[in-house]
Structure formats: C-alpha cells, structure tokens
Unconditional design. Structure first.
Length: 288
C-alpha cells in the first residue's frame, strides 16, 4: 500500500506535539518543563507506516523510525507480545486496537524513559495499558496494567518496584492516569509515599495526522528534542545533587520478574561508578 493510499484513509497514527513536565517534593521542591514530540501509533498500522524516501519507517533505517525490538524486549509481532502480556494478567478479550505512545528514533537513536501500549476493546473502551519504563542503567521494566472496560480518563495504582531516578529508591506507589479528548492527549505518572505525592511527570500535547508534511514541519520546529532527552536527565540529576543536596541511592540488583532486560555497556557502568562516587562524596560531607 502506497503512502498516498494510506493518507487517503482514516489513519489512526499521529504526531503529538506538546511538553513534558516534572515536579518533585523532595529533597526540596523542584520542577521543570521541556518541549516534547511523541508519536501515537496504531500497532496494526506499523507494518504499512512508511513515509519516504527514508523520512519515516518501521523496522528500517530512516531519519525517524520505530523498531519492534525497542518494545517488550522480545521477538515476533508486537501485538502478539502485548496480548500475551495482558493475558497473563487475566484479560481474556483480544484488544480491538492497541495504541503505542512513544518517541521515535532520530537518526537511529532514542532514549524513551517511558512508553505506553494502551489496549482498547471493540467498543473503544480501555481494557489495559502495558507501561514500559527504561532507566539510564540499561534496564527495562514492564508494568502490565489492566482494568474493567473504561472510558477516558483511566487510572491505575500499583507498587513502584523499579529503580529509575538515583534520588528515589524502589519504595512507594505509582498512579498512572491516561486522558484523551479529541486531539488532546495526557499521560500522567505520580509517585506517592505515606499518602503524599512526592513526584509527578506529565506528558501532554495535541495530536495531528502522521503525514509527510506534518512530520517535516515538526522536525523543523523540534529538530533535536529526541537527542536532548539524555542530556536533560543528566542536567537535572546534577542540579539535584549540587543544588538540592540530594543523596543518591545505590541501584539494587533487579529481582522483579517484570524487569525484562538488564544489559549494561561501558556507558551504563560509568554511570553506576559515578553514582557510587557521588554517594560517597555526599556521605563524607554529611559526616564532616
């Protein structure tokens, strides 16, 4: 099927332009907002999603691309792996539609702190959401979240259990809220401890069809957004250490069966070494 034929249909996949905001209460209140570009992709459209030449592709090299191997860390059809994940949580109904909310690779690179695979039934009600979290230490964790068929907004609450920020351990409970109204999309993740919210991250924006023109305009407006995710994470970590005087936690060895990947290269090991040095430095300052 050609790109022109696809664009003549009611394609569900879209580009979402907006912002991501973070807020934390400890060790002192701190917040930031960055522009963000993400995709809202119908999983069943992935094999036909190609905008050329080499502008956007699925499982092929292109300026922007999405790769099956980036999600659920397995082989085979992504839909089947999502279905298997929620089936293990007791969902007997086969999703009529699955939407992947994620950042695409840009020139072959991306770091997605979190991606969402939202599952809908035949009545367009949400029945599950597989949330994939990646930390900066080479680990990937899945939270397969299920619910009774629900209209938007949909809320899930569940134990944390995965080490993400070096300034939070694995204690606490997450609350994930998915909202969609018309072209507007919002994904919110809150962390609660002892009945109080200590962290909140919100991705929100407006969607537009995934077409050649819209993609080109978006790349001109936000040329480096995907490449800046990791530098911004490091910048905020340095702020918390030096300005907020936060003490980093040492990353525990993964023990949860839903931590599905732990592959550390030299960059990940250097981060772990730096984390250990910063923790020792902070403890030395606290004792003096």
């Amino acid at each position: 099927m050609t790109e022109q034929q696809l664009e003549g249909q009611a394609r569900r996949s879209s580009i979402v332009c907006g912002q991501v905001s973070h807020w934390r209460a400890t060790p002192r209140q701190h917040s930031f907002v960055y522009p963000m570009v993400t995709l809202q992709l119908d999983v069943d459209e992935l094999t036909d999603l190609s905008i050329g030449p080499r502008l956007f592709a699925f499982d092929k090299k292109a300026l922007c691309s999405v790769w099956t191997s980036d999600y659920l860390c397995g082989e085979g059809v992504l839909r089947e792996r999502v279905e298997d994940s929620i089936r293990k949580q007791g969902v007997a109904v086969r999703p009529s539609r699955i939407t992947l909310v994620t950042m695409p690779r840009l020139c072959g690179y991306v770091f997605n702190p979190v991606s969402f695979l939202v599952c809908f039934d035949a009545h367009d009600k949400v029945i599950a959401c597989v949330t994939q979290v990646n930390n900066t230490f080479g680990e990937t964790h899945l939270y397969p979240l299920v619910c009774a068929p629900s209209e938007m907004p949909v809320t899930w609450r569940f134990p944390k259990g995965f080490f993400v920020s070096p300034f939070f351990d694995t204690n606490g409970h997450y609350t994930v809220i998915v909202r969609a109204e018309g072209a507007k999309l919002s994904m919110q993740v809150d962390l609660e401890r002892d009945g109080s919210r200590v962290f909140s991250a919100v991705l929100e924006g407006a969607s537009k069809p995934l077409t050649r023109l819209n993609l080109l305009v978006t790349l001109v407006r936000f040329p480096l957004t995907q490449l800046l995710t990791m530098p911004r994470i490091h910048l905020q970590a340095l702020f918390l250490f030096f300005k907020a005087k936060a003490t980093p936690f040492i990353k525990p060895v993964p023990s949860d069966p839903y931590t599905i990947r732990s592959q550390q290269n030299i960059i990940h090991r250097l981060r772990l070494r730096l984390l250990s040095v910063l923790r020792a430095s902070r403890q030395s300052q606290d004792r003096s």
